[in-house]
Design a protein around this ligand. Sequence first.
Ligand code: BEZ
Ligand code: FE
Length: 286
Amino acid sequence: MRNIDENNITQAVLDRMSACSNPRLKEVLGSLVRHLHDFAREVKLTEAEWMAGIEFLTATGHMCDDKRQEFILLSDTLGLSMLTVAMNNAKPEGVTESTVFGPFHVAGAPHVAQGADISAGATGEPLFVTARVTAPDGKPVVGADVDVWQADEDGLYDVQRPNLEHHQARAVLRTDAEGYLRFRTVLPVAYPVPTDGPVGKMLVATGRHPWRPAHIHFMVVATGFERLITHVFRDGDPYMDSDVVFGVRSSLIGQFDQHPAGTAPDGSAMGVPFHTLAFDFVLQPV
Ligand code: BEZ
Ligand code: FE
């Protein structure tokens, strides 16, 4: 085919893929081509704008390495990650909702015993968490592996501190015979997503702030249940309705209670005020 113009080029590209033997690839790539072309026609994309887009994506790629994934951050901040999570994780009423995974999970975090202090030197106000994992009928899920990770009082994850050689504020715990999980950590605070790359420039250029409301990440894995990837958000956070990655769900807001110095839930004597959080996770059977 020759004499391609702005109207027949879309069909020409689709025709060129007609021999594709993978039907799903053909569907996904074909749809992407149609939407990309429609987008360019709709905004009447100039050549300078096309080049700016190419340079932006190139810079995004240059920002990626084994510790930093700027493309995922781009997907997160454009709402694509949460859209994909929402489409693929619809849950029946009463089952805990999923939200974005985020870039700060580390596989192979240390397994710790019930009651452990997972902060491991991370600074922040003390927080005692009691969580329970159950099936939709209320029966405890025993022996579930629960990955927990969060930022410290500076809003940084351990992996964002290049000189740190051990894990902080992240661990894996196993639910007990009643489905409970108890650990000590630090109070999560709101933090900005990394803004030193192209995504940060995009946020500034579009008049957006980079903040996520305070939260703790949880990943719950149990035999016979769907894996749950979620957060518990800290009630009262000013960014709850403007999370830069669109991850907040009302059902995931936990109540963090503040207590004066005294006896902590684990029986220890606290010389400083502390916080408690109780939250229940309900898993979807497979
Ligand atoms: C996070 O919560 O860790 C996160 C999620 C998306 C982008 C950046 C950070
Ligand atoms: Fe986070």
